[in-house]
Design a protein around this ligand. Structure first.
Ligand code: 13P
Length: 265
């Protein structure tokens, strides 16, 4: 819930060789990364082991970009959730690029969220509407469908622990960014839907991030949104300087909010 530790996850997507990913991690932890922000990076599966080793003594979290929902078997080319144990703290589920380019369905995200928890890995379920859906006023319906199916096999305790990333598809990698007031509405909708499915405690405890053309310049406008817990950053997480600036933005916004609360008390 807003007011908790802020979260910033960098989505490296299909960038960085193993060597480059390890070099990024080494350089990143040599800087002063704010300790009161939950920071995560997402190496590709080849680089997971190396990056996880580099970050093992740091507080930085490792996020897997993907994993299959079966625990083992004849699934050529796939990596399972149990294989991520000890290497990743979180796993992405339903990122829009997987939904729209790789045809992952809501049912697939449901299986993956449940499989992640079976292996002790926390899923980050990505949700969001396309431009056409938005233009047709279907945003709320899309969020409802993605959440009601994606979360269907989880317990209330599991939902309370997980992260949901609101990423409007039309704002990803396009430089088009969503207006903070629209993001606020979507975040409220997400919390309301989780509340109606799993109750008020889950609705308040689930962490909600915004992603879509976040930069070091616009980051704070999103961090000030009611009910938001942090940011999911693509392009602007690929340089150590930018990602560090975004992490510090999370810290600054946290301190500002705490000060505001103190004054109000
Ligand atoms: P961009 O920040 O490059 O728009 O990507 C966002 C994203 O896909 C995060 O998962």
């Amino acid at each position: 819930m807003s007011g908790h530790k802020k979260i910033i996850i960098g989505n490296w997507k299909m960038h960085f060789t193993v060597k480059q990913a390890a070099a990024f991690a080494t350089k990143f932890i040599s800087k002063s990364v704010p300790a009161d922000v939950l920071v995560g990076v997402t190496p590709n599966c080849l680089a997971l082991s190396e990056v996880s080793g580099v970050l093992s003594k740091s507080a930085i979290n490792v996020v897997s970009q993907n994993a299959y929902y079966e625990d083992e078997g004849a699934f050529t080319g796939e990596v399972s959730m149990p294989m991520l144990r000890g290497l990743a703290d979180f796993v992405l589920v339903g990122h829009s690029e997987r939904r729209h380019i790789l045809r992952e369905s809501n049912d697939y995200t449901r299986e993956k969220c449940a499989a992640a928890f079976r292996s002790g890995i926390v899923p980050i379920l990505c949700v969001g509407e396309t431009l056409v859906e938005r233009q047709n006023y279907h945003t709320n319906q899309v969020l409802n469908d993605q959440l009601s199916v994606g979360l269907a096999d989880l317990t209330t305790e599991e939902v309370s622990k997980m992260i949901i990333a609101y990423e409007p598809v039309w704002a990803i990698g396009t430089g088009e960014y969503a207006r903070p007031e629209d993001v606020e509405k979507a975040v409220a909708k997400i919390r309301a839907e989780v509340t109606s499915l799993y109750g008020a405690i889950a609705g308040a405890s689930v962490k909600v991030l915004y992603g879509g053309s976040v930069t070091r310049e616009n980051a704070r406008s999103y961090l000030e949104i009611n009910g938001i817990d942090g940011l999911f950053v693509g392009g602007a997480s690929l340089s150590v300087a930018n990602f560090l600036a975004n992490s510090r933005n999370c810290r600054v916004s946290l301190v500002l909010k705490l000060n505001k609360k103190k004054k109000e008390a």
